[in-house]
Design a protein around this ligand. Sequence first.
Ligand code: NDP
Length: 449
Amino acid sequence: MTSAEQKELDQFMQGLKKRNPHETEFQQAVYEVATSVMPWYLQHDEYRKAQILERVTEPDRIITFRVTWQTDEEEIRANRAWRVQFNHALGPYKGGLRFHPSVTQSVLKFLGFEQIFKNSLTGLPMGGAKGGSNFNPKGKSQNEIMRFCQSMMIELHRHIGEDIDVPAGDIGVGAREVSYLFGQYMRLENRWSGVLTGKGLSFGGSAVRKEATGWGCVYFCDDMLKHHGDSLEGKRVAVSGSGNVALYAAQKLIQIGAKVVTLSDSNGFIYIKDGLTEERWEAIRALKEDHRGRLSEFKSIDAEFHGGERPWNVPCDVAMPCATQNELGEPGAKALVKNGVMAVCEGANMPTTIDAIKIFRENHVLHAPGKASNAGGVAVSGLEQSQNAMRISWPAEEVDQRLQHIMKNIHQRCIDEGTIGINRVDYIDGSNIGGFKKVAEAMLAYGAV
Ligand code: NDP
């Protein structure tokens, strides 16, 4: 970046921080995108005059509301919830709902902002949004979770619709929560529509949606390695998380012959020196999905549990952070580089801090950002919307093929926009520029809206 470009970036960020004080996650996400697109933006006066960067970093609207619900002991509780409708230049708002005590407006703004460019990369007509609540589903009964979801939908239903805004799951919102939310939406609106994605297969859900983010991440990672003359086969992969994304990333990694050496949750990680087998994977899936258990409860002679730690000190060829934002910082990045990691492929959204990104860049580690490598989930959600609109269901093989095709296209877009020199690709720049250009073009075409 030239000094003139750096100056423009600094000025822009100064304004953004002033307008969004204390929203550190949002500032971080914008900084990453603005750093990539600034040189291109400054070369295209028409976009600059239209203030596209300033406009695309301002959400269309944020809806904030109180969700009041009753515990099993009939005590009243109140949580805060949001829906950030960030940008619908390319299609109806689309993005998940997160239930976690760490949810704030800043977190949802960063997620909604990332979602704009991720959805653009899929090539499907979807705008960017995100929502959720600081409600903590851990330790709550099934009935409490149902009452919370129903109460939340009483407000949310006014703001969503199949052509307006289509939420889905995210951390703390899986098939169970989506079903409660969807059931309540139908009751309030008295009609069936594909207003949420991630639905059960028997009521409008798509085959492969549950697996899509994790599988898509593995497809992307394999494409990335193949583009650089290698592949995932035989590689040791450290996966973090053991939720929806991590579990199905691990499943696909095993299927294509990689060794999954770690999985984690918020209490620690398990180390499986020789790699997870399919049987062990199924035991962990059942523990997590069916029994909502902790990894520390997983007992196996070939797995060690390390409490209170993250998996980045484990020697591996590939790191796949699939848990949450900023889970891979400078110490983790240094340890991975020291142990010879060749690629980092993000299953989670913004799991890598800015300091860690710098370390990977300096050491020429291939680094796929979530907005490219985890786009498979929203892509299949987009396919769920199409199937709902057509009142048909595609078989799993067909959805999987479409998913692979979309991930290949995203990878190609990163190469087209992010290649520097011979056979070196900056996937962060490539995905940011590739995602941004399409949204900017649409916004320019709409005029002053
Ligand atoms: P889940 O709730 O299914 O799983 C989250 C996993 O991450 C759990 O293992 C959880 O552990 C762990 N985790 C959550 N917060 C923390 C934390 N603060 N520190 C350590 N571990 C933590 O969520 P998903 O798998 O759906 O989502 C994971 C990531 O992927 C998120 O960043 C999400 O935004 C992103 N993503 C998800 C998509 C999807 O389709 N689901 C699509 C695209 C991106 P514990 O159980 O102990 O809380």
